[in-house]
Design a protein around this ligand. Sequence first.
Ligand SMILES: [Zn+2]
Ligand SMILES: [Zn+2]
Length: 493
Amino acid sequence: MNNMDLLVSLSKRRGFVFQSSEIYGGTGSCWDYGPLGVELKNNIKRVWWRDFVQARADMVGIDASILMHPTVWKASGHLDHFTDPMVDCRECKHRFRADHLDALAWVHYCPATKGNKFTIPAGEPCGHCGQRRTLCPNCGKGELTPPRQFNLMFKTFMGPVEEEAALTYLRPETAQAMFVNFDNVLQSMRLKLPFGIAQAGRSFRNEITPGNFIFRTREFEQMEIEYFVNPNDRVEGRPADEYWHDRWIEDCLAWFRRYGLREENLRLREHERDELAHYAKRTVDIEYNFPIGWSELMGIANRTDFDLKQHAKWSGKSLTYFDEDRKEHVVPYVVEPAAGVDRALLAFMADAYREEEVRGEKRVLLRLHPELAPVKVAVLPLLKKRDDIVRAAQAVRADLAKHWRVVYDDTAAIGRLYRRQDEVGTPYCVTVDVQTVGDGERGETGDGRVTIRERDSMEQIRVLVAELAGVFRELLAGAAWPSVAGRYPPARG
Ligand SMILES: [Zn+2]
Ligand SMILES: [Zn+2]
């Protein structure tokens, strides 16, 4: 199995991601987040919001509706330009993105070998006859239609009538809500440039060829920031928009590293002049080495004043900022760091996935950052037949669960319980055993200590139940395991 198959399998088996409507055969490219997936996804959004909105004095957030005035999409250019060229096979009716055809392996009935069927790697000619692909890559027989432009926005109707006047769209990006609310936010919050508006929410794109698990889907979640700067300002001798663009690239890259993506799996890619959107001054992608290869994790674009000017033109409302120093109205420039939540989740899972050998046995673990891990602590009783141990373990769970996502599990032997928690990335397990509660029949009292096991090192320490919450507060706030573990006696492993 390749890495992507391993992740898909783990995701289903352990409740991270399920295929949508699976009992009906599934729906194309839609996925449902299960009990652990929703925790992981919420954690990603929570730390993003905390780090980029709450912690910064220059940021505010909004949560806009998905259905917007249809003219928004005229002004933004999506109605006219948000299209992909599409071709159809006249034989098998398969549909392709015209610009992706040469990235597909192709079926070929070779005239040089009495019409034998071959599947030839993407972009390569036939090794026997030297032909290149001209027909449908899927069936190898059908002619392809000329390319037609296909708009990627989902259409829908607002209200009870299905007529042109009620036609609207599911938003294909969250960004436009920040532009159309620019003046509302500016006035209500009395902001000074530079400042940014952030939003996390769902977007929809009717992709011709979705795929690769949750990498490209038709319904997805975005975390976007529109950062407005005064184009007349200079920072450190450079135009403010260029300075802030670089700052955001650094900040976003640092954020992904901070939550666990390894340096060697991240790189920047500068968009070439000819691939830049017509309004963009410069765009840089942060790429991640996904199981499918290097692909875009997020993009950071300098969109200039294009969007605000377009919305001012189509709405007839002024969308400017009054520059007190120069006594003039300016249209701010916008730097847009835009990330996909689902893609970030896939990257965090892919990077965290490890297989190790421990005492001759395979151990699968997700080395997720504790802040992202769906479950922070699992409480496990060593003997589930002892009522006093079970009661003590459940009390520990209930106490810790006031602060974090904590689970109790007694459905297997301890070794197996540890492996289950390793596989879903739980950073700490707590075991309650005979020493904890003592043995009443023999008149032995317990020591009130439990074992904490750390996921990555598998080291174990003994800690008083009364001190547990304090210890986890330290650990889950980012304290290094050795610095905390050094203060406590080790447990016999
Ligand atoms: Zn051939
Ligand atoms: Zn075909």
